[in-house]
Design a protein around this ligand. Structure first.
Ligand code: NAP
Length: 315
């Protein structure tokens, strides 16, 4: 192993994000020792079977002892309690970070518990899938995706640089901003889109005039793309909306106004208004592909599922 970035890293929480970080550390030799802690025995056992770390403990305080870097990958609503549980065992000078999808409330929940002698650098990798648990992690999850760092003022420059280096070593690109700005940006690019998906899938499920069987059968016409997002982890997303209320409500207010003008355009047969909007939105899609954040292949590169002639569903 060439000189690793950190001597010891502690990963608290080992689901999709924690295990993807662990695989990157292992495969790229980013630390000599990786201590893993999670709240359930079953997940801890699975992490050990998958060889995600070098030591395993149910007690997070035991895992963080002597760690140079501690990363919490737990639901944002749990981060305060975990910070409290590890506070007394943290090594002076250690970097403490997390991966939570909301930053303002995580800082507010964790900071009061953390001793002054650690460097608190919250982070958020903008990468994920709708899968969870230690089996869901994979090496390429962060490849070419952004990780946003929101360091508190007292964190040292070296701590921020070291954490940025770890994320770059995992394949990510790194940007730094305040927690407040992060929460507003994420409300528009992630949180409100998820709410819209949850809402439309819920509406379809509750319709009396169109059967659920019809919704499922004809879903390839657009609906199924919402269902991928609406299948995201309920605990994680409940916590996100409860912890990013202000920014989500602000963006949702704008969204409702814009939806009302679309409603009006349809009612008054204002085809120009519809056409202009759809032309602008198409350009945004092109910019995302050009920025390397998605594939240009038709239908996101998906092929139609192969038909199983022995098990053809009845029409
Ligand atoms: P996950 O796969 O569901 O794993 C969650 C981990 O947290 C597990 O180790 C679980 O432990 C532990 N945990 C759950 N509830 C807990 C509690 N109340 N107290 C302590 N530990 C608890 O979740 P994930 O997708 O990796 O998400 C983890 C964090 O990453 C979240 O804060 C989320 O906002 C953020 N994030 C997620 C995505 C994404 O797309 N999934 C993307 C970016 C950031 P047990 O299994 O032992 O119960």
């Amino acid at each position: 192993m060439s000189e690793p970035l950190f001597e010891k890293i502690a990963l608290i929480g080992i689901g999709l994000i924690g295990s993807s970080i662990a695989i990157n550390i292992r495969e790229r030799g980013l630390a000599r020792h990786v201590a893993i802690s999670t709240r359930s025995e079953a997940t801890l056992k699975r992490a050990e079977e998958l060889r995600l770390g070098t030591s395993y403990a149910l007690d997070p305080a035991e895992a963080v002892r002597d760690a140079d870097l501690v990363i919490l990958s737990v639901p944002v609503g749990a981060s305060g309690a975990v910070a409290k549980a590890i506070a007394l065992a943290l090594k002076p000078g250690a970097v403490v970070s997390d991966v939570g999808s909301v930053k303002g409330s995580v800082v507010a929940a964790m900071r009061p518990h953390l001793p002054d002698h650690v460097n608190f650098v919250p982070a958020h990798p903008i990468a994920g899938t709708e899968q969870s648990g230690p089996d869901a992690g994979f090496l390429e999850l962060f490849e070419n995706r952004w990780t946003i760092l929101t360091p508190v003022e007292s964190a040292s420059e070296k701590a921020v640089a070291d954490l940025a280096e770890l994320w770059r070593a995992c394949g990510a690109r790194v940007e730094t901003m305040t927690a407040e700005h992060h929460d507003l940006v994420l409300a528009i690019v992630s949180h409100v889109p998820h709410l819209i998906a949850y809402n439309i899938v819920g509406t379809a499920a509750d319709l009396e005039t169109v059967t659920q069987q019809e919704v499922i059968k004809f879903s390839a016409s657009g609906f199924r793309d919402f269902t991928r997002i609406a299948a995201s982890d309920p605990t994680m997303w409940r916590d996100i909306f409860l912890n990013n209320k202000d920014a989500v409500l602000e963006i949702l207010g704008r969204f409702s106004e814009d939806l009302a003008s679309l409603q009006r355009a349809i009612r008054w047969s204002d085809g120009d208004a519809l056409f202009d909007l759809f032309t602008r939105t198409r350009a945004i899609r092109r910019s995302i592909v050009e920025a390397g954040q998605d594939t240009a292949e038709p239908n996101f590169g998906r092929r139609p599922p192969r038909k199983d002639p022995w098990n053809e569903p009845g029409e």
